[in-house]
Write a protein that binds this ligand. Sequence first.
Ligand code: PLP
Length: 403
Amino acid sequence: MVDDKIRGMGFATQCCHAGQACDPLTGAHNTPIYQTTTYAFRDVDHGAKLFSDAFTPEIGLTDGYIYTRFGNPTQNALEEKVAVLEKGEAALAFSSGMAAISSVFLLIVKPGDHILADNSLYGTARDFLIQIMQKFGAIVSFTDFSEIENVEKSIRNETKVLYFESPTNPKLKCVDIRAVVKVARNKNIKVVVDNTFMTPYFQNPLVLGADVVVHSATKYMTGHGDSISGIAIGSRLFINELRCLVHNNMGGVISPFNAWLVLRGLKTLPVRMRMHQQNAMTVAEFLKSHPAVSSVNYPGLPEHPQHDIIKSQASGFGGVLSFELKGGYDAGKKLMNSVKLCTLAVSLGDVDTLIEHPASTTHAVVPREERIAAGLTDGLVRLSVGIEDVEDIISDLKQGLEE
Ligand code: PLP
């Protein structure tokens, strides 16, 4: 369903229907995978109008397609669905979360501009800001966004973007989105939020006043670990500019097949997220009471330092948690080698449980002091809790934690 009526309907209905109508040509109930690179123009004037519209952000492509790097019906179905779910005017799909994030920065920032980002970002996003944005003349600095005074103090005349995730990875720190928006107000600063961990089911940063939302759709949106994909959501003008000025030139386009996989995944987002959260809460309670565990980071626990903040801005706590093992590095390694149901792997948001121990795996090559300064202590384990029967997840962890 693509008309405005869908905006007034419930979230689960939107997940099933938004952006998707039966194929007008064949009646196919599911959106087809439009596996085509190019499109026939009706005549020369039609082709000329499409090109002119595509490069006029105030208009954008509405009367047909040119070439799949500019847009494609399967991609567009996904974009319309996610725009509705995130309560934004428009969305643009990308080949990965990083393609979405990097493109948003490339549109907003010019040499000399300042980017202020949270000090706990997804590693590659942090690396992109340092390695690429700085290389092209942007000034980048980091601070702890969970203390709003830090953000206030770090703003400069040149600041153009405030960027953060909430909750963050892997400590599950939460940022008060409304408070950050208030700091940016009337200063021509864009607030960009990575909403990957929460998904639009639990949290809508645009409703809280953010300007742009980005997602690694690779995670919960696809949900089954079978598509690398990303999406950005914002005003129609911003998204049209992103498409014609950055996306078209950089080419980080999602394939029609991957767009279709995300579309399919999104239909079950509410049921999956409810189950992820229910299981995560049960696993968090189990870990809290386990003698081998010294602390558990899960924003759903009342003792989490930002529990009240997440409750004030989101309707749930998500499915990712982390915990600290008393036995440090060796205990983490032993747990990783002992689990049988949980998979030792990076990524998150799949239907099955993924576990990782940064110190012995993903961050093993990072010098210990650097790793610890980034919050990745020797005994820290991250769990993306799946939707399996929770007793089976717990019994796997229990046997892995045994002496
Ligand atoms: N944002 C967050 C919070 C992530 O966890 C990730 C990947 O793990 C990304 C962005 C990057 O997404 P992708 O791997 O789809 O490029």
